[in-house]
Design a protein around this ligand. Structure first.
Ligand code: FAD
Length: 467
């Protein structure tokens, strides 16, 4: 095996949204940069996360819509035959999108002068990393080391991944639609994929230890999602725990809230009980960094406890979201280039691409109560929004939370069809310090879902127009 070496200013381990954005920005500001990636650029998000899941959800929505038009039941007057789906073709289409995006990342890195090295990185010390490139070891020395190694799906120790027990990664590249899929965990990943599989024709059961779906979100927001799952015929087991695989491997053993045990038959089990920072197998422990539980501890500039060693993204814990990782990566590159930056966003939006979608930005009313903040809140239902009616999306609402004293908006929440796209307006208004009067006084295009945003603000001011 040959050993070669090189030096650089910035060495980044991990080419996910955090690492690749840091590399692009570092290249733009003239920092010699090497990005080491063991798999394909784009990380979890582009390859096995955000993008492929949204592609599968879209395909499932289209198939479901076509099925709902079959026969003569469609209220829209559409008459169609019973559709079929070639799931191999669906996966190929999804892989095509992933390929375009990951190829695009490699092109952007090149265009901006950041070098991409393919291989598994192993940390030697805070300024030295060995990369197993397949043909030998490349030793890279650097002034700054940026850790962006992401996260891994949490495995249940009594039901490890393998065979019929799958993680989201395998669920995103199915070789067929199972007859009965059991999803363990009703967080956003479990619900997004469980709903997609149901719409693709599988029988789906969801098992959740908490008392409701989307336990990390407030109850009012989760309610329309639970109702829709019920309408779709998804079987939900709340306050239930999975004990392990059934003896014949064709299902799971469950214990319900009352302590009763039963077997739920299934030909595939998707375990979606969360993700944890990826900290093992690449010498991270040798740096003896301060940790925050399982995550690498960082300050508000993404510095770790070791000088010139930085960490971003899922490796640094919640919220584990691609856009947070990207914002941190961009900031670290600028700090290394000498700019004065701190990571202090007014809010980081969180979106569940469930049916209907859920958006949370900033403080909920419960957060405000916990913080002792006096707030006014108001909700505007999509049932009173014309655009929502025209797209059969009247379930849900937009809710605003604003300070009582000066009406500065501190939070937005929404649940409804297509509300993911409202997250932009929500986070911009909070980041810019908008008051209820600013939102209420802005002309919103008609007919759009955005009018519900304006109406929520007007309602908080006591004079909604359309309710
Ligand atoms: P990652 O994207 O995990 O990238 C880390 C990279 O580091 C990987 O490519 C890995 O191969 C590489 N690596 C690790 N160790 C080494 C090593 N030793 N040597 C070389 N390379 C190494 N987030 C959203 O914001 N919106 C969504 O809709 C969304 N949907 C999701 C759906 C699913 C099914 C999943 C699983 C996740 C989803 N996420 C979503 C989360 C999102 O994917 C992550 O928050 C994001 O990818 C984190 O980016 P990162 O750069 O920190 O790490």
């Amino acid at each position: 095996m040959t050993t070669t070496s090189e030096t650089t200013t910035l060495l980044i381990i991990g080419g996910g949204p955090g690492g690749y954005v840091a590399a692009i920005r570092a290249g733009q500001v003239g920092i010699p940069t090497v990005l080491v990636e063991g798999a394909r650029p784009g990380g979890t998000c582009l390859n096995i996360g955000c993008i492929p899941s949204k592609a599968l959800i879209h395909a499932a929505d289209e198939f479901h819509a076509a099925r709902s038009h079959a026969g003569d039941a469609s209220p829209l007057g559409i008459r169609a035959g019973e559709p079929t789906i070639d799931i191999g073709r669906t996966v190929q289409w999804k892989d095509g999108i992933v390929g375009k995006l990951t190829g695009g990342v490699a092109t952007l890195l090149k265009k901006n002068g950041a070098k991409l090295v393919h291989g598994h990185a192993r940390i030697v010390d805070g300024k030295t990393v060995d990369v197993d490139t397949g043909d030998g070891v490349l030793r890279i020395r650097c002034e700054h080391l940026l850790l962006a190694t992401g996260s891994r799906a949490v495995e249940l120790p009594f039901m490890p991944f393998g065979g019929n027990v799958i993680s989201s990664t395998e669920a995103l590249s199915p070789d067929g639609i199972p007859q009965h899929l059991v999803v363990v965990g009703a967080g956003y990943i479990g619900l997004e994929l469980g709903t997609a599989y149901r719409k693709l024709g599988a029988r789906v059961s969801i098992v959740e230890a908490a008392g409701r779906v989307l336990p990390a979100y407030d109850e009012e927001l989760a309610r329309p999602v639970a109702a829709s799952l019920k309408r779709l015929g998804v079987d939900i087991h709340l306050e239930a725990s999975v004990l392990g695989l059934a003896e014949d491997g064709r299902g799971v053993r469950l214990r319900d809230g009352g302590g009763k045990e039963a077997v739920l038959e299934a030909d595939r089990v998707l375990v979606a009980v969360g993700r944890r920072p990826h900290t093992e197998g690449y010498g991270l422990e040798s740096l003896l960094l301060d940790m925050n539980g399982r995550a690498v501890r960082i300050d508000n500039q993404c510095r770790t406890s070791m000088r010139n060693v930085w960490a971003i993204g899922d490796l640094t814990g919640e919220p584990m979201l691609a856009h947070r990782a990207m914002a941190q990566g961009e900031m670290v590159a600028e700090i290394i280039a000498g700019k004065r930056r701190h990571f202090a966003p007014a809010a980081i939006p969180a979106v569940c691409f469930t049916d209907p979608e859920v958006v949370v930005v900033g403080h909920t009313p419960a957060d405000a109560a916990r913080l002792g903040l006096d707030v006014v809140t108001a909700s505007f239902p999509f049932a009173a929004n014309g655009r929502a009616m025209t797209i059969e999306g009247t379930d849900g609402f937009v809710r605003v939370v604003a300070r009582e004293d000066n009406h500065v908006v501190v939070g937005w929440q929404a649940v409804g069809k297509g509300v993911s796209e409202l997250s932009t307006a929500f986070v911009q208004s909070i980041e810019m310090g908008a008051q209820l009067e600013d939102i209420g006084g802005t002309i919103h295009a008609h007919p759009t879902l955005g009018e519900a945003v304006q109406e929520a603000a007007l309602k908080a001011l006591g004079h909604a127009l359309h309710i």
